[in-house]
Design a protein. Structure first.
Length: 222
């Protein structure tokens, strides 16, 4: 059987929203949703494959010192999304303005940070999407280091791996494990089709009590 290219999955994911994916995960009894990561610099929805960075207090991996985030940016493919874990407890930024510019030049789709971000005005000026726990002016320099690249990270209470998929918008963030992407997409697309049909019924004058009746309430039952 011919393997579906990742870009095809990403193209389908981009046509959905986080709520449809969340509903699909519910229907399939899968975890993946993270709330509280706000879109701080852009209203645009982002969707793509995941690159990961793990930050914290300690000693960086051996080798030539590099600033946090730069390795991921240089290895990113167009459309990738960089996902950063920063759970040190310090208010140090997991992402900043020069990183945003470098990522934009590499056509990275956006960044999702479990932790705070800074230089948000700069990222907003170049329309680079940053989703994070909040804002901070505090630099990472001298406070935290890059502990690992392309390793497992934890965002909210979801374990995220390199090569997984993610969609993020104003409603929240939803991660999809790579091995589940095909069935999650198929389920989310069916949910989106059914909801679009409901909207058409409303526009034709059907009462909302009928449109959002038993069928809607039972939509996510297996």
């Amino acid at each position: 059987m011919k393997k579906t290219p990742a870009r095809d999955f990403v193209a389908r994911l981009k046509r959905l929203d986080c709520c449809a994916v969340s509903d699909a995960l519910d229907k399939l009894h899968l975890a993946g949703v993270v709330i509280g990561l706000a879109p701080l610099t852009s209203k645009r929805r982002i969707a793509g494959r995941v690159l990961t960075i793990k930050l914290g207090v300690g000693d960086p991996p051996p080798g030539k010192p590099r600033h946090i985030g730069t390795t991921a940016i240089e290895s990113a493919q167009p459309g990738d999304i960089i996902v950063v874990e920063q759970r040190s407890g310090l208010p140090a930024a997991a992402w900043g303005g020069i990183l945003a510019r470098g990522a934009k030049m590499r056509r990275v789709a956006g960044v999702i940070a479990e932790g705070p971000a800074r230089d948000l005005d700069e990222a907003r000026d170049i329309d680079f999407p940053v989703f994070a726990r909040g804002a901070t002016p505090v630099t990472a320099r001298g406070r935290i280091v890059e502990l690992a690249n392309n390793a497992h990270v934890t965002i909210g209470d979801i374990e995220v791996r390199p090569g997984d998929y993610v969609i993020a918008d104003a409603s929240g963030v939803a991660f999809i494990a790579a091995e589940n992407i095909e069935r999650v997409l198929a389920t989310a697309e069916e949910i989106a089709r059914r909801e679009a049909a409901m909207v058409r019924s409303l526009r034709k004058g059907k009462p909302i009590t009928e449109v959002m009746g038993a069928n809607y309430e039972n939509m996510l039952k297996s």
